[in-house]
Design a protein around this ligand. Structure first.
Ligand code: GTP
Ligand code: GTP
Ligand code: MG
Ligand code: MG
Ligand code: ZN
Ligand code: ZN
Lengths: 211, 211
């Protein structure tokens, strides 16, 4: 309980720091392998020419994801959590020590692959994105409701595989609406680029709102 | 720390109870949507005619998985954990209250979808199975090493989709070996039945061993 309280206090401070420095911060959660890194790499690649953008990624082990995100040619830092199954505000704060927030327009944070624990830890972000892939089935929102109803928008990934896995898009939308009515949902494929334009348009409108 | 210690003590007691009653217990972990329920449903269906078999399944919410497992026509109980991201020995012990262990040959336990936290909680099982699907990518073992090196065997699921997602089977095996040398790995499809015979043969040999 103290851990959560401490995190909330620190997250609120971070949120104020981000707002004062004019940095738009978005975090990304999903189960392992839903396609967060692929989605972020694509997003970063598309935005890097217009915005000063950086990324943080948390994992229990390896710097694999940071290496992949770095292919977008933006500054990226890997946070290795060891045994901790979620990112916390302290970890984000520590990682930002040698970046000047006034020099940044946006910061994207990829959380540890986990559909449960990250929902309890505010990171000071302006936008929380939850991802689910067509390959996971349609009922994940119902089975992991908190991570969906604590997020702002949802992204259904790997749409290029929807047919191969007989994905029931209508059922997936119904599941999301059941736990978070009127939640905005994007359908994308990081592989083919399907749906990325709509997502980027939404994101850039958010940058403007944040200013 | 006390929570973990208490769990270990209870798990050890459970393990002894299971052994004395001659019940073979196996637990199944993986990320959400890797195919635990589909795999278990298939396994239960194949074994029910020869063994007195039951299943427990843990989820944050819904009884969806228990309903699916029940299609195998064996006794199934759903454990709803609320916000707890893993099963614990206490939950298993509580769920078993109205079953007579002496009347059972096997008990299968599906854990909450989570590649992190369940690795810290012994449930008294004789066999720990970790699953990963072809759709999650090949590096999950490297990125979530503890759940793999605390398991006894690994199962690569959704082999029927391997080609559609350009799965690199060799790389997946290499990842597993890197974190748990000589770990036995099964390649299956719950959809087509591929690999199920080998898995069932292994499992039944384990029942005998356990006696
Ligand atoms: N076909 C297809 N595959 C995808 C897509 N996005 C990601 N993948 C694949 O899915 C697997 C997992 O993708 P990642 O980007 O590593 O997923 P992740 O959510 O970052 O995983 P963690 O960081 O471990 O939680 C990889 O093999 C990707 O190539 C997509 O849009 N279409
Ligand atoms: N093509 C194919 N799809 C599968 C296979 N096994 C499971 N699926 C699909 O994958 C999705 C998730 O399967 P589940 O069995 O619910 O996965 P799970 O690991 O039990 O998920 P949680 O209990 O939420 O952690 C469902 O849409 C299944 O139909 C398989 O072998 N092949
Ligand atoms: Mg990733
Ligand atoms: Mg399941
Ligand atoms: Zn956790
Ligand atoms: Zn946990």
């Amino acid at each position: 309980q103290n851990v959560l309280k401490h995190n909330d206090v620190l997250a609120r401070e971070l949120r104020i720091r981000f707002q004062k420095a004019g940095v738009f911060v978005a975090s990304f959660v999903s189960s392992p392998g839903s396609g967060k890194t692929a989605f972020l790499e694509k997003t970063l690649t598309k935005l890097r020419s217009q915005y000063r953008i950086t990324a943080l990624v948390g994992d229990l082990a390896t710097a694999n994801d940071a290496a992949r995100l770095a292919r977008a040619e933006v500054p990226v830092k890997q946070i290795v959590t060891g045994t901790i199954c979620h990112l916390e505000a302290q970890m984000v704060s520590d990682s930002l020590q040698d970046w000047d927030l006034n020099e940044l327009d946006c910061l994207f944070i990829e959380n540890v692959g986990n559909l449960v624990c990250p929902s309890s830890y505010d990171l000071g972000e302006a936008l929380r994105v939850v991802l689910m892939s067509t390959t996971e089935g349609e009922d994940k929102p119902l089975k992991y409701p908190t991570i969906f109803n604590t997020a702002d928008v949802a992204v259904i990934t790997k749409m290029d595989l929807a047919e191969a896995v007989e994905f029931d898009l209508k059922a997936a939308h119904a599941s999301i609406q059941a736990v978070r009515p009127a939640m905005q949902v994007f359908e994308v494929s990081s592989k083919t680029g399907e749906g990325m334009d709509k997502w980027l348009e939404f994101l850039q409108a958010k940058f403007v709102d944040g200013q």
